[in-house]
Each structure stands twice: as structure tokens, then as C-alpha cells.
Write a protein that binds this ligand. Structure first.
Ligand code: SF4
Ligand code: MG
Length: 388
């Protein structure tokens, strides 16, 4: 397989007054180039923290305390090999072993992120066109001179194809006509009608769906290899949601970029993804192709999620709460056993003794963190069909 990203043993903690929160706990993830990989889970399961860890957007009191994030990029490997030989393995670079300046230089060009709330990606006092042109300009300068720390610093201050516009200088200072033209092209690419006119409008003149499109355009300004979409359609009404998903689908096909899609909606996963990881209490508990996870799932939590939705593939594929309590992710309350044990109807003594391994279940790609993973299919089929 042609992996673009391999995440090993990733742990992200938050050091709060209540204690240490293990938001992401020894997480394993593998994403293939050009696929749409979904992470699905309830809110608080750690899916956003996972995405933000990959793109280096964890702020205090959060911290990535352990793990490796291997990213396949031969050019980057060449660039960092001298300064950080241990961070390089063939064409892969461990993003957690390179300087934060290097990681920042990847924002927008290697990784870009879109969020649920497009307002947060735009400065209300500049036109959409100006901001897109800026994003184009910043990416251009950064990739023209990848070694220059100066370019990286400027990039951090400006947009980053979408990442938090806290301080923006008047764009006219450095936006070229060429960047402006590219901005209009980007608006056209994401399906905004009359892009020349719309470029001169301010964010508040855009509808929610249009602003979502503009945010996607901003994220594409640096032609990223990986687009991370964190609940990109949750705030939109059903028809607009469908349009935005279609757009992402089309853009993926056109550009071949890889998409990491974070969602709590199984219908969105079924519609968009090639492979999916089900997240629970800071861990991916089941991972595989759509077929593995929807039809041949093994983990009782996956079963619970699927059992809890009335009908798949529709816009109503919202996760319903499953009986029992989500475990505390506070370190001092976490016990050394399966995180799902308290809610699991299949729990047995083994599950309480030690945390289950992440085991292959049938096919190589289908991996499950549950003692049931290693049981044969016939044994599993003897289980009650609907535990919940
Ligand atoms: Fe349930 Fe045990 Fe599997 Fe955990 S390891 S999900 S408790 S069967
Ligand atoms: Mg979230």
C-alpha cells in the first residue's frame, strides 16, 4: 500500500486542574495516499484532538507526549535529513522529531484544515478575495523559499490556508495581481457563482454554505497533500451539507489529495470514506474498509454505534448515546483495562485484567482493539446479534 501518513503510539494529554486528561491514548493510524479516511466517534472521543495533533495545532494545556507521525514526502526528507537524521526513514519524515519551524512550514502546502465554523477562518474586515489572495501569496512565498525561517514566520502570522487569522496586515501591501487571479480561480473551483464579483464581497455577505466553500478554497490555496476536515458540514442544513460533501468528493477526485474526515455522522462516513477508524475514549477501537466496519465489525462499540442509527446513508445518521457512561479520561481515574468494559455487554474477565491489543481481525487491514478480534468468525457469530 502507498501510505502517506503513519501514526504510531500517539498520546496527547491535557494538563488540567482536575488532573491529566488522556485525550488521545497510544493511537495507531495509517492513511493511504489519495483516500478519504474517516474518523468517527462521539463528541469527546478524541477525534478532533487527533486531527489537531497531526497538524501541530495542540495548545497548552495540551501536549503531545509520545508517539510518531510519519509523513511520506521525499522532498521534505531531503530537506531535514542533515539536521535531523533520526527523523528520516526513506522518504518518510517523523513530524514529531523535526523542529516546529519545519512543521509550521508544512501548513497549507502539505496539510490544510477546514473546520465546522467558517467564520473563524475569515477576518470580517477584509474581502474574501483579499484573504484568498493572501493565502495564495503566503503559500507561494513559503514554497519558493522553504528554508527561510522568515517566510515561515510570516506565514504563521497570516492565514495558512485557513488556520486562524488572528493578525492580518492590510493585504494590499503584498498581494499581487497574479495571486488575485488565482483567488478567483479558487472561488470558481469550489463552485462559487460570479467569482469575480464575489471576490470583492466581505465574509458577512456570504451565506453559510458559500462561506464554507470559500473556506475550502482557502484551504486549497497551497495545494495541500492532505486536507483535514473536522466536522465540515455539521453546522449546515441538510441540502447544503450534501452539496459540500459532493464538492469535497469532486475536489478529491480532481486533485488526488488525501482527505482525513472527522465526523460523528455515520451517514457521512458511508457516503464519503474509503476506510474508517471508529474512535472511543482516546483510542481507535476498530479500523478497516467501509465493508469491514459496517458489515463485518467485531468491536461491540462499533456494533452499538451501528445499532443506534435507524437508517444508514441518510442525513440522519447521527450517533445516539449508547447506554452506560463514557469513561473519565482523567489519568488517575483510568484503569488498566478495556476502556469500553463498563458499557460492554460482552465484557469478560480478560477485558478487566489488561487493555486489549490492537489485533487483526480476519483481513490484514481490519484491526480491532478487543479480545473478540482474535476469536474465529464462527465463534463471534454465535454472539447475540444485537447487544444493545
Ligand atoms: Fe468488550 Fe472485552 Fe472487547 Fe472491551 S475487550 S470491547 S470489554 S469484549
Ligand atoms: Mg470535535
Amino acid at each position: 500500500t502507498d501510505d502517506i501518513l503513519r501514526v504510531n503510539d500517539l498520546s496527547t494529554r491535557f494538563f488540567t486542574e482536575q488532573g491529566q486528561v488522556n485525550a488521545v491514548d497510544e493511537l495507531e493510524l495509517r492513511i493511504e495516499r489519495g483516500e478519504v479516511f474517516g474518523i468517527v466517534g462521539e463528541s469527546g472521543s478524541g477525534k478532533s484532538v487527533t486531527a489537531r495533533s497531526v497538524i501541530d495545532l495542540i495548545d497548552a494545556p495540551g501536549e503531545i507526549v509520545d508517539g510518531e507521525i510519519w509523513f511520506d514526502d521525499a522532498e521534505l526528507a531531503e530537506r531535514v535529513r542533515e539536521d535531523a537524521p533520526d527523523a528520516v526513514d526513506g522518504s518518510f519524515v517523523d513530524l514529531l522529531s523535526v523542529s516546529s519551524a519545519v512543521r509550521q512550514s508544512l501548513r497549507g502546502t502539505s496539510f490544510s484544515m477546514i473546520f465546522q465554523d467558517p467564520e473563524s477562518s475569515f477576518n470580517p474586515s477584509l474581502t474574501v478575495g483579499e484573504q484568498l489572495a493572501e493565502a495564495v501569496e503566503v503559500q507561494r512565498r513559503a514554497s519558493a523559499n522553504p528554508r527561510s525561517t522568515k517566510a515561515k514566520t510570516d506565514s504563521a502570522e497570516y492565514s495558512f490556508g485557513n488556520l486562524l487569522l488572528s493578525t492580518v496586515l492590510p493585504s494590499q501591501q503584498f498581494v499581487t495581481e497574479e495571486s488575485r487571479e488565482r483567488a478567483i480561480e479558487l472561488l470558481e473551483l469550489v463552485g462559487i457563482p460570479d467569482p469575480v464579483e464575489r471576490a470583492d464581497e466581505y465574509p458577512h455577505e456570504y451565506s453559510g454554505g458559500m462561506l464554507q466553500r470559500a473556506m475550502i478554497a482557502q484551504a486549497l490555496a497551497g495545494e495541500p497533500d492532505v486536507l483535514i476536515a473536522d466536522e465540515p458540514t455539521t453546522a449546515l442544513d441538510v441540502t447544503i451539507q450534501a452539496q459540500i460533501l459532493d464538492l469535497l468528493d469532486d475536489l478529491q477526485t480532481e486533485t488526488g489529495m488525501t482527505i482525513l474526515l472527522i465526523t460523528h455522522n455515520l451517514g457521512v462516513v458511508a457516503r464519503m470514506c474509503d476506510r474508517v477508524g471508529v474512535m472511543y475514549a482516546g483510542e481507535i477501537v476498530e479500523r478497516g474498509t467501509l465493508e469491514d466496519v459496517f458489515d463485518d465489525h467485531v468491536h461491540p462499540y462499533t456494533e452499538g454505534l451501528l445499532g443506534s442509527i435507524p437508517e444508514l446513508g441518510g442525513a440522519n445518521g447521527q450517533l445516539e448515546p449508547i447506554g452506560g457512561n463514557v469513561p473519565s479520561l482523567l489519568d488517575h481515574e483510568m484503569e488498566d483495562r478495556c476502556h469500553f468494559a463498563d458499557r460492554c455487554p460482552m465484557a469478560m474477565e480478560d477485558c478487566l485484567d489488561h487493555p486489549p491489543e490492537f489485533d487483526a481481525a480476519g483481513s490484514e487491514d481490519h484491526t480491532v482493539r478487543c479480545v473478540l478480534a482474535t476469536q474465529s468468525y464462527t465463534e463471534r457469530e454465535a454472539l447475540p446479534p444485537n447487544y444493545f
